[in-house]
Ligand binder design. Structure first.
Ligand code: DX5
Ligand code: ZN
Length: 219
């Protein structure tokens, strides 16, 4: 099944409530919250995402998909656990040891929240294989994390394909999410590569009719 997770990164603060209501009515499958700490990536969205996530939580029961682009993973897991999102995803590159990765997986799960691990375009997909049986989603970044509105890097879809083959061969039940540069053309390629959850920011939020934009991505 194709699911759309709308990134609210590029939503303007002045319009946030209108946009969030619009996305709720348009039946986005998830709200995607891009938390950036100014260290793991240059941009800092900590305050803005805190405000956006709380606002969404007040008006909607649509699942929240938290994407942590931060160095201090534990600190932000703690902050977002309180919000009861559907899933919290952290970056493999933000961790220093296998023990640390396992610690975060267990910690998020103990709080009854699904766990995702994300990899940047330059990270080998094989690096996540050992964690796959313990997590719910693998987020393959299709752009360098940090900014909305970029172009999808075609080579990243090779990683999606490899991952899909690996999980099928090993009978692992896991979602594959792609994030960055997803639009009507690229979604088709990402889907064929094996992804089933698609983050889209610009392709939805820049349009007048969110419902139409989401339907168009889904078909
Ligand atoms: C990039 C973020 C993405 C991004 C998606 O670091 O993780 O979620 O905002 O935006 P678009 O769809 O515009 O590439
Ligand atoms: Zn994201």
């Amino acid at each position: 099944m194709v699911e759309i997770s709308t990134s609210v990164l590029n939503v303007e603060k002045e319009n946030m409530m209108k946009v969030f209501y619009g996305l709720e009515v348009a039946h986005t499958d998830y709200f995607h919250i891009d938390v950036m700490d100014g260290k793991f990536v240059p941009k800092n969205t900590v305050e803005m995402m805190r405000e956006y996530a709380n606002a969404i939580k007040q008006i909607s029961n649509i699942p929240i998909d938290v994407h942590l682009m931060v160095e201090d993973v534990k600190k932000f897991i703690d902050e977002y656990i309180a919000l009861k999102p559907n899933i919290i995803t952290f970056h493999l590159e933000a961790t220093k040891s296998k023990e640390e990765v396992k610690k975060y997986i267990d910690y998020i799960k103990e709080n009854n929240i699904k766990v995702g691990i994300s990899v940047k375009p330059g990270t080998k997909i094989e690096d996540v294989y050992e964690y796959l049986p313990y997590i719910h989603m693998c987020l393959v970044m299709t752009v360098e994390p940090g900014l909305g509105g970029q172009k999808l890097i075609p080579e990243t879809l090779e990683k999606v394909k490899k991952l899909k083959e690996y999980i099928e061969k090993n009978n692992i039940d896991i979602d594959i999410e792609v994030d960055g540069g997803i639009n009507d053309e690229t979604i088709e390629k990402a889907k064929n590569a094996g992804a089933n959850i698609f983050v889209a920011g610009t392709a939805i939020v820049s349009k007048e009719d969110y419902g139409k934009a989401i339907d168009s991505l889904k078909n």
